[in-house]
Design a protein around this ligand. Structure first.
Ligand code: ZN
Ligand code: ZN
Length: 444
């Protein structure tokens, strides 16, 4: 079984840190745009790529593959090419025109193949087909000629039995030759039996699926060629060309996908591009790093990271809550002293007084020595706690306010609240009336 991400046991690992000897998935690496190669969250060194992890096999993507050419550009390209191919026969130098047109189609198909192999699941720009199509077509003819020659020579010099076998091998190798050519752009390399063997061997049995698929496509095109008798003859050739080019694009996309799927075995590295694989922003990367550091029990690094993020996003409530929870769990009193006033203020601005009273109570349970210094904050907490049926906390916060904060502007409301809180307990009756006396003295 392949290695799993150290932080996500169900996620296959896509990167390896040789320094930490740890495996990570795509989420658990620092892939910010200024890192050409993703870096390790823990040691910040460049990572080795292990391939893209879980890739849907190409035989489960047949439906999407048939939709692959359904983009405006590709469809226009297929239709225009088909119309041109249908009328080229009436033009001078028809053969040369055909070579150029088929060459453009072939070049576009090769672009689809290599583009897909790079992880792009949308067809490439049609400008890919404009130049160099003629040369690609000549290369294809040369490849057909060379493979044909090999079959002929085998048949002549090695006898018909071995000759037949060689012919079969060469025919079966043809998709591999096209794949190698699309990737290497080198005819000799792609015809090299060692490279063909390497590709087929890396893909293994599913290579046979592509062959079966090609046979089915050829079969359905042959059926279509017989059916077109019912279509008006001026349109039937356009239709046939269009279907053929359409199938060719789908087929090359599938072959490209096969390379993408087996990239690790083929010594190739690509990731799904576009769509769901949008670049994360620096905050998202930082949060992924935070989650990784916490799972690795590196609390002080995690705290520092979260502190930086809170400074960058002071109004992000979820982030501030997370930071508060971390500090509370790690009983980090100095950091709590500085964050609590800002955090409670943020909770109030977001209309969550219930969380202020709940979090304050959790705070004093975990850190009994924690003290609020600011008079305004004391009053705020006392108010929400009193409103949430907790007069005891209000009394604890407000008693002695007139001594500790004699110049507090809201001293009267604070003392009034204290008196109301004391009223809740019959045994504090004396304190309550003393408090009210002080209020009338201060207000007179
Ligand atoms: Zn992970
Ligand atoms: Zn590392």
């Amino acid at each position: 079984m392949e290695q799993a991400c150290q932080f996500h046991p169900l996620e296959p690992a896509t990167y390896l840190c040789t320094e930490c000897e740890s495996h990570s998935c795509d989420r658990c690496v620092d892939d910010s745009s200024y890192n050409p190669v993703p870096r390790c969250f823990r040691c910040n060194r460049s990572l080795e790529t292990l391939g893209p992890g879980n890739i849907e096999p190409f035989w489960r993507r047949l439906q999407q593959s048939f939709k692959y050419p359904l983009t405006t550009q590709s469809l226009v390209f297929i239709v225009v090419l088909s119309v041109l191919c249908s009328i080229a026969i009436y033009m001078p130098f028809a053969l040369l025109i055909y070579l150029a047109l088929f060459g453009s189609g072939f070049k576009y198909c090769l672009s689809c193949l290599s583009h897909t192999a790079d992880g792009y699941m949308k067809p490439p720009d049609i400008t890919e087909a404009y130049e160099g199509g003629f040369r690609k077509m000549l290369v294809l003819i040369a490849m057909l000629f060379i493979t044909g020659l090999v079959m002929k020579l085998a048949n002549t010099y090695l006898g018909s039995a071995i000759g037949g076998l060689v012919a079969l091998m060469v025919t079966l190798s043809f998709p591999a030759i096209i794949i190698n050519y699309a990737i290497s752009d080198n005819m000799i390399e792609s015809l090299n039996p060692a490279n063909i063997f390497k590709l087929v061997n890396s893909i293994g049995l599913p290579y046979g699926l592509i062959l079966a698929f090609i046979l089915i496509m050829l079969g359905s095109i042959a059926v279509l060629y017989q059916l077109v008798a019912v279509i008006p003859s001026s349109l039937d050739s356009i239709f046939l060309f269009a279907v053929t080019f359409y199938y060719a694009v789908v087929l090359h996309h599938l072959m490209g996908y096969m390379v993408f799927q087996y990239q690790t075995a083929l010594g190739y590295s690509a990731r799904l591009q576009g769509g769901a694989n949008k670049r994360r922003d620096s905050h998202a990367i930082a949060m992924a790093k935070f989650s990784a550091l916490i799972k690795a029990a590196e609390v002080s690094d995690a705290t520092q990271l979260l502190q930086e993020q809170v400074q960058l996003n002071p109004d992000n409530l979820a982030l501030n809550s997370r930071y508060f929870e971390l500090l509370l769990a790690s009983k980090n009193q100095p950091a709590l002293v500085s964050i609590v006033p800002k955090y409670f203020d943020l909770l109030e601005r977001n209309g969550r007084p219930d969380l202020i009273s709940r979090n304050y109570k959790r705070l004093i349970i975990n850190l009994p020595k924690f003290e609020i210094e600011d008079a305004c904050l004391k009053l705020l907490i006392a108010q929400v706690c009193f409103a949430n049926n907790d007069p005891k906390v209000a009394i604890k916060l407000l008693h002695g306010m007139h001594k500790k904060h004699p110049d507090f502007k809201q001293l009267i409301p604070a003392l009034t609240l204290l008196a109301e809180a004391l009223d809740e307990f019959p045994q504090y009756q004396a304190h309550s009336s003393a408090c009210r006396k002080m209020i009338s003295r201060l207000t007179s």
